[in-house]
Write a protein that binds this ligand. Sequence first.
Ligand code: ASP
Length: 313
Amino acid sequence: MPINPVLVVHGGAWDIPDDMVEAHLKGVRNAATSGWRVLGRGGSALDAVEEAVVVLEDDETFDAGRGSFLNRDGKVQLDAFIMDGATLRGGGVGCVERLRNPVRAARKILSDSPHVYFVAEGAERFAEAHGITLCRNEDLVTPKEIERLKAYQAQYAGDGNGKDLFAPSGSREMLSHDTVGAVALDSQGNIAASTSTGGTLNKAPGRLGDSSLIGCGCYADNLSAAASTTGWGEPIMKLVLAKWAADRVQSGSLPEWIAQEAMNYLKQRLDGNGGIILLDAKGRFGIAHNTPRMAWAIQTSGKQEAGIQRDVK
Ligand code: ASP
């Protein structure tokens, strides 16, 4: 039986304001089109998620690559992960400051290294040694994000004693969560996943979120499912949510239901907010979020769909 490829992408889950909806939809559509170019010519799920995520990293609408949120010091610090469901090989980078497309470096780690993770300067050195040109951190910083950081720090000014500046937890779902991700099934029956982020606004330098942590923000196994999550990273991390969801698909439940269950679990267990895309090797998928909105796109043969909300069952 021929296998029909599927690609699902997301561009973050939060209360996306009306005036930003079009940009989000355009971004996820472009990413789906780019990933599909790979799948449509018989390429691998791994290549497809990489290409889709590159497009989202290059789009300043999202919190990935250039235009990401700034950390407390006003720098961009990026995390990304990519995983191959056929071999369980993974590649991740964390806290990198000089890579335009961290997913490209993550892919090199997956393909060319016996390791799974590189962080900070070591990750940049690995990338450079594998043909990736480094940029300056300033090249990743946009004026819009400088303004956003200033406004945030003015609003949540600390006590002047070096205390972390943080929005109260109740207001966090109102903060932007524009992390990006993709999951794909190729014509060989293999699945893959990738997630890329600039993390949370005003994060402490060196803070690593869920996005690049295996099983938390991203996971893929042909025997279970491919998953990419977004949202407030610490609760997602504590629940190892991507693997939690994939395991339940392996136990026979439909990705559509498990995606929703994962969001309920996140909310009920840790009052966490976020979204997930989940896809199994049969091409069955789920998209769910417990935030008001989430940008998503689905691409199958001859059909592309995109939206800013997914009906809660
Ligand atoms: N999960 C990301 C993090 O905590 C942020 C996001 O998804 O927007 O780093």
